[in-house]
Design a protein around this ligand. Structure first.
Ligand SMILES: [Zn+2]
Length: 315
């Protein structure tokens, strides 16, 4: 006689409803214990070695499960991890979404909603979220005829993206009111220079210059652009974009940077990344560390970029 569980989703499994949707109870408990110990990691040995011999099956960790166990929704609230998670999301949407199960797609869209919510609350990264939404809209159009999951679910995603775009379009960022505290215009030149030298994204330098005439003058200084050239590119590549009859001096650092970016693209910079332990294959946030089972060995890990992170898991 077949076994009929009380829960039709998976006979024998217990499920619990959370803000992110339905989760397996045992996974949810694990997540709670991870919170307790303040470790967020995925043991990749599940993907690499775990075999169910009597059924002759290899069990892989899905990207949805990994996203849940790494608490990417929580990571969005951390300004140091925001851009990294956004890049994971972008890669997933552009390259994996149509091959993901309906449940996996829901996790992706829940995360996208959290990204939007965070940008609207903090008014940070609004432009990058706008671009992410427009890429998502495009990916949904392209995957319209060959996606997994139901047609209705795909339509729901399209409706959700349109609504998110409307919400973001209606966001009005107010200028800070005069509250007696220090304003940008009160800062001396050297402080503004120091701020400009800390920026690694040329768009931020340009936007800072748009705030007032003095900041514009400081943002055009050659040291700012020389720093950007040195940060993003090896000095051996500089000469590859200098044409015949030109010299670095005659070209200027800003123009040089523009040509280098056009030819080679920018270096991806993240305040915090995920790392993969070389001993136990645990994936963990750089600043959190992880409880390594080989604690007698010196720590050794590899920084993982967002694309590599997605490729570690199955869709
Ligand atoms: Zn380890």
């Amino acid at each position: 006689m077949p076994f009929l569980g009380q829960d039709w989703r998976s006979p024998g499994e217990q499920w619990v409803r959370t803000a992110e949707g339905w989760e397996r109870l045992k996974l949810w408990r694990l997540k709670l214990s991870i919170y307790t110990y303040r470790y967020m990691y995925v043991n990749l040995y599940i993907r690499i070695h775990y075999k169910c011999f009597h059924l002759n099956l290899t069990v892989h960790t899905s990207i949805g499960e990994a996203m849940s166990r790494l608490d990417l929704v929580g990571a969005i609230k951390d300004i140091r991890r925001f851009n990294y998670v956004c890049k994971i999301l972008e890669y997933l949407i552009l390259h994996k979404l149509s091959n993901m199960s309906g449940a996996g797609q829901k996790i992706v869209f829940n995360l996208l909603k959290e990204v939007l919510y965070q940008a609207m609350q903090t008014h940070n990264n609004v432009n990058s979220v706008k671009q992410l939404l427009s890429k998502t809209e495009q990916a949904l159009k392209e995957g319209h005829y060959d996606h997994l999951g139901s047609e209705r679910l795909w339509q729901k995603h399209q409706e959700a993206v349109r609504k998110m775009q409307d919400d973001l379009g209606n966001l009005h960022i107010k200028e800070r009111e005069e509250d007696g505290r220090t304003m940008m215009s009160d800062l001396p030149d050297d402080v503004i220079r120091d701020i400009l030298h800390c920026l690694h994204d040329h768009r931020d330098v340009i936007r800072t210059g748009m705030t007032e005439a003095r900041a514009l003058e400081l943002s055009e200084e050659k040291r700012v652009w020389r720093n950007l050239c040195q940060f993003h590119f090896d000095n051996k590549t500089w000469n590859t974009v200098v044409r015949k009859g030109e010299s670095l001096e005659s070209l200027g650092w800003k123009k040089l940077y523009g040509r280098l970016v056009k030819r080679y693209g920018e270096k991806e910079v993240f305040a915090e990344k995920l790392c993969l332990c070389s001993h136990c294959n645990a994936l963990f946030w750089e600043n959190h560390g992880h409880p390594c089972i080989f604690s007698n060995l010196p720590p050794k890990s590899l920084s993982i970029n967002p694309m590599m992170c997605v490729e570690l898991f199955t869709a």
